[in-house]
Design a protein. Structure first.
Length: 154
């Protein structure tokens, strides 16, 4: 498969969706999902904020392979659309957080207000380096897999 980028249609769909679902595994390998509203798309990647003291911070560090599912509601089954981003996450350092903060706060008033009041230390910002996107558009016949980063074999 050749490296590609997501289409404008997928980008607009993600940008217009208020909630996404982050799936990851806990330290004991129990799979979990968390709904997030503090996320944004930057290019082909997803950035998000979470409480620095949340249990998921340690889990994401230990097991960075994740998926991020985006789906608007309500939808009619014949026109159903959804996007599944898969890859690895890493916490952004202070030097690399500015773009993520700008993107997330443009979409999320709660994070914007907390940061304005000096609560920035409460948040950890992450970037999902997207390896693949599965785009489901039933109005166009099904699933399209978009390889964003080609896997390197040793």
């Amino acid at each position: 498969m050749n490296k590609r980028t997501i289409s404008q249609e997928i980008a607009e769909y993600v940008d217009a969706t208020p909630l996404g679902v982050l799936a990851y595994v806990r330290a004991d390998r129990t799979p979990v999902q968390r709904t997030l509203g503090a996320f944004a798309r930057i290019g082909d990647n997803i950035v998000f904020a979470t409480n620095r003291h949340a249990a998921k911070v340690a889990h994401l560090t230990a097991h960075p392979a994740v998926s991020f599912f985006i789906e608007q509601r309500p939808q009619e089954p014949p026109k159903w659309k959804s996007a599944l981003f898969t890859g690895e996450v890493y916490e952004l350092t202070a030097a690399r957080r500015d773009e993520a903060i700008a993107a997330v706060t443009a979409r999320n008033a709660y994070i914007r207000e907390r940061l304005a009041k000096g609560g920035g230390g409460d948040f950890a910002f992450y970037r999902l380096e997207t390896r693949e996107v599965e785009w489901l558009d039933r109005s166009k016949g099904g699933v399209e897999r978009i390889v964003v980063v080609e896997e390197v074999t040793a």
